[in-house]
Design a protein around this ligand. Structure first.
Ligand code: OFO
Length: 179
């Protein structure tokens, strides 16, 4: 069944939202890099790649369903924050916002009985649980750390170990990008 036009437009909006997430996290990573917190910068760079993969999975899905991924301008992300906590507050808020966008897409897929889109979107529903939990966890750790530089340095060391879990999503290879 060809992709419904309304769903195609809504999915294209979500490609844009995921690419904005990528851009926002890359900006945050640069901010941390500027402060010589390379572990945090690494974490955000990995997050950037993951968000890019989220966008590309939807891009592929639209094209596979007979629609066309149409790229829209990506809004400029913030570039300055007052504190480490403020950065992660924004990450947590942003992920909650993305969850609400995914939930709206699921609702639309149900309203128009588009079961293929509904099934596809379940991956994002699960992913958002993980995204929100990780953001909340890192935010609470940073709040506990307060102004203790040793604890901050330790956290930076832990975040340095993160490896990118995602790279480019090839054409027709959505199943391969399961993370
Ligand atoms: Fe794509 O999950 Fe974050 O935004």
């Amino acid at each position: 069944m060809a992709l419904d036009k309304k769903m195609e437009e809504a999915l294209n909006e979500q490609v844009n939202a995921e690419m904005y997430s990528a851009y926002l996290y890359l900006s945050m990573g640069s901010w941390f890099e500027d402060q010589n917190l390379i572990g945090f910068a690494n974490w955000f760079r990995c997050q950037y790649l993951e968000e890019n993969m989220h966008g590309m999975k939807i891009y592929n899905f639209i094209n596979e369903r007979g629609g066309r991924a149409v790229l829209k301008p990506i809004a400029g992300p913030e570039t300055e924050w007052k504190s480490f906590v403020e950065v992660f507050e924004q990450v947590a808020e942003h992920e909650a916002h993305v969850t609400s966008l995914i939930n709206k897409l699921v609702k639309l897929s149900r309203d128009i009985s588009d079961y293929a889109s509904e099934s596809f979107l379940m991956w994002y529903v699960d992913e958002q649980v993980e995204e929100e939990a990780t953001a909340d966890e890192l935010l609470s750790h940073l709040k506990m750390i307060g102004s203790d530089p040793n604890a901050l340095f330790n956290m930076d060391g832990e975040l340095k170990a993160r490896q990118p879990s995602a790279n480019v999503v090839p054409i027709h290879m959505n199943q391969a990008a399961s993370e």
